[in-house]
Design a protein around this ligand. Structure first.
Ligand code: SAM
Length: 266
């Protein structure tokens, strides 16, 4: 792929997802998109660029292929500990709503749900978890709740026993989140660069983790503005350990590194 073609493709990705692909990512992009060239039997990336600009379906497949969806259950464990010890014990009534805003295949959202169910359900406090992602493939996968068995070792044994079922027959080597937990968690497609759909509602807690790293500062600011509109006053925001937002918004106050509360410092 020539520099010029890479720049055109990178601009297309930026326009539609906000993701900032630097020149250093060129080989990665070539590797990921090579199978799309083969699929369409195209001789070069210029032709592929033309296909993407004329076909919304291929554009979505291209975005799906470009996004990095690495995730795990109970990733950055200290956030789950903080939620369990510092947030949930203070919830006495009402319906708690939590958003996994760049959810990938759903490991984060289901981890949150396991903790909420353990702590809130015995006190008759209702709750729900919503996951969103720009990648349509991972959203489908997340709604299915099926995971390769290697993910099982990330889940504490009590949770594994309580909420996960071993796959059989065609699902040999996989496990599935049980119907009960899946009924409390749902996933939809949303691009955080665009205004967040009103019907997503407002949230008490938002996980926006390991996503902002793929954006430049203006896009990060834009995403934070969109996302924070949906966070209730005093609501909590978690970001990834490699991310920092202090210089990008004054809508939240840092409580600990990567943990924020909506509202100015009192
Ligand atoms: C590395 S994963 C993080 C998953 C999870 N939050 C975690 O920490 O394990 C980043 C996710 O952000 C999603 N993403 C990238 N750009 C997005 C956008 N503009 N809107 C919504 N999601 C986006 C990707 O598709 C990917 O699944």
């Amino acid at each position: 792929m020539t520099s010029h073609t890479f720049e055109k493709l990178a601009a297309l990705v930026k326009t539609h997802s906000g993701i900032h692909l630097t020149e250093a990512k060129r080989q990665l992009v070539v590797g990921r998109l090579a199978k799309r060239l083969r699929h369409h039997n195209l001789e070069n990336f210029d032709r592929y660029y033309e296909v993407c600009t004329s076909s919304p379906d291929e554009l979505q497949i291209m975005i799906n292929t470009i996004t990095t969806n690495e995730t795990s259950f109970f990733r950055e464990q200290h956030h789950f500990t903080y939620m369990r010890t510092h947030i949930l014990p203070h919830i006495k009534t009402g319906h708690l709503r939590v958003w996994s805003a760049a959810a990938s295949i759903g490991a984060e959202a289901y981890s949150i749900a396991m903790v909420l169910d353990e702590i809130l359900t015995p006190h008759a406090i209702t709750w729900e978890v919503i996951g969103t992602d720009i990648n349509t493939d991972v959203v489908d996968q997340a709604n299915e709740g099926l995971f390769p068995m290697r993910f099982a070792e990330q889940i504490p044994l009590e949770y594994l026993k309580a909420y996960c079922l071993q796959g059989v027959d065609t699902h040999e080597g996989e496990f599935i989140i049980d119907d009960y937990l899946r009924s409390k968690v749902h996933f939809e497609v949303a691009n955080l660069m665009e205004p967040i759909p009103n019907d997503l509602g407002r949230f008490d807690i938002i996980f926006l983790r390991n996503m902002l790293i793929y954006f430049d500062n203006p896009a990060k600011e834009h995403i934070l503005k969109n996302v924070l509109k949906t966070l209730k006053p005093n609501g909590m925001l978690f970001i990834g350990h490699a991310e920092s937002i202090g210089h990008l918004t004054d809508e939240v106050t840092q409580i600990k590194p990567t943990i924020y509360r909506k509202g100015a410092r009192s």
